[in-house]
Design a protein around this ligand. Sequence first.
Ligand code: HEM
Length: 359
Amino acid sequence: MTEDATPPTRPASTTPARRGWFHRAVDVVDERMGIKALTYPVPEHANNLAWSLGGVTAVAFVILLVTGIYLAQFYAPIPEDANQSVRDLVTGVWLGGFARGLHYWAAQAMFVLALLHLLRVFFHASYKKPREGNWLIGASMFLLTFLAVFTGTVLKWDQEGYEALIHNLDVAELLGGAGIWFTEEFTDRIPILLRLYNAHVVIIPGLILLLFVWHALLIKRHKISPHPEITVPEVESPEPFTAHLKRVAAFGLVLLGLLSLLGVLVPPVIGPTPVDGIEITRPPWMFWWFFPLEQWFGVASIAYVIAGVFGLIFLVPFLDRGPKRRWQERKGALAAAAVLLLALAAITVQVWIANPKGH
Ligand code: HEM
């Protein structure tokens, strides 16, 4: 049988449209690495900043990882040298001051963005069945972000960092056996500064990364929650996930620009090496909501209030269990959250006004 020289032609209507280079590149990578498994449908209502705050938080985390890796090349995590190594990094290392500024502001951004994301999820009741587990994972990442800010503050080993450590030791002592890891007695081989450094650069970011993967897998499994106010089925855009990613990337670029500007224009300060036995500084603003409690009720109250506030955050899905998701039908839950937020904000402002510089 002779072969027909003319290749078979496809009917015009079934010829696929030629895909752009980007999509073809994605297909090539996907075939080998399975990256499309990461995609999930994104409803139209999630294509805005409020519903992308989790993604922008992730961008802040990536900025922290990149700048943190750079800083770690020059930082000396031993009490005798830590403070000076930060100064040398700022004055003598190429882009050292910029990396430090960006790292500092990205930490503030991650904290604020994670909080705003939490509030968005709370406001729309996106934590309700079946997303209770993902709320717990998110709350754990928020707690870890808080711990990362704390350990980062200690690392610069100036008076502010040192006083933060002393409060940590006081609270750890109160916790007895449960707080042993946070005390100097845990091991006499390794200074606590080195162990907190270890927590700051390995344990905490490592846990956040692991939890983030779990968070993302659950988002894919449950899909983004429906908007409580939209009852009709939504029209999905042809490429919902890539459109969503592009939007997150755009927000992320704006964030990077803003943080870079802040890092250059308002660089973080570093004080002289610490003096033992005095209390003259005030901690970073993220700790102000419990800072005056020590003066009012003693150091133990700090531990109770931090545990109480984070405990409440963890318990949200179990305290507000009904199926209702519209805010109009959850006025009790929203009022309780507003009262708590206002109280913490009031203490924060009080610290700002009453302690312009230190204690
Ligand atoms: C700290 C780092 C965090 C990162 C990087 C992160 C990331 C994300 C991302 C990318 C999404 C998809 C929707 C969106 O972008 O808004 C999401 C959804 C979600 N997050 Fe987070 N998140 C974080 C913290 C939290 C916190 C603190 C909570 C709550 C305590 C939380 C609870 C949830 C829930 C329940 C969803 C599903 C929301 C829905 O389906 O509408 N996350 N997160």
